[in-house]
Structure formats: C-alpha cells, structure tokens
Design a binder for this molecule. Structure first.
Ligand SMILES: [Zn+2]
Length: 61
C-alpha cells in the first residue's frame, strides 16, 4: 500500500481483513494498532510512517 507522501499527519480508515471491522487509525501511530474486535494487527510503526497491513484503506479528508 503506497500512500502519497505528505508532510502532515492523516487519519486513515482501515478495514480489518479478518473480521471486516472498520477502524480509524492515525498514520503516525507509535505503537502496533490492533483491530478492536478480533485483535488482528492492522498496522505497525516503522519509525516514520505507519505500515498498514490491510489492503482496504481509505484516506479521510
Ligand atoms: Zn478484526
């Protein structure tokens, strides 16, 4: 998943591939983001931009 680089932080809507729960995450989260329903890992921090595991991601404007 390649997102257009941007200097500003963004909120993303990620759909859990395991249970289809939709969750809003912050693209500069500093810890692992897990699905609140099934605890599947949705995203991991990489030191900068977050690495999102799901392919179903929408940018919130
Ligand atoms: Zn889930």
């Amino acid at each position: 998943m390649d997102l257009v680089p941007s200097p500003s932080s963004k909120f993303l809507k990620v759909v859990c591939e395991q249970c289809k729960n939709e969750q809003i995450i912050f693209d500069k989260a500093s810890s692992v983001v897990k699905c609140l329903v099934c605890e599947n890992v949705l995203a991991e921090p990489t030191g900068g931009k977050i690495n999102i595991k799901s392919k179903n991601v929408k940018l919130l404007s």
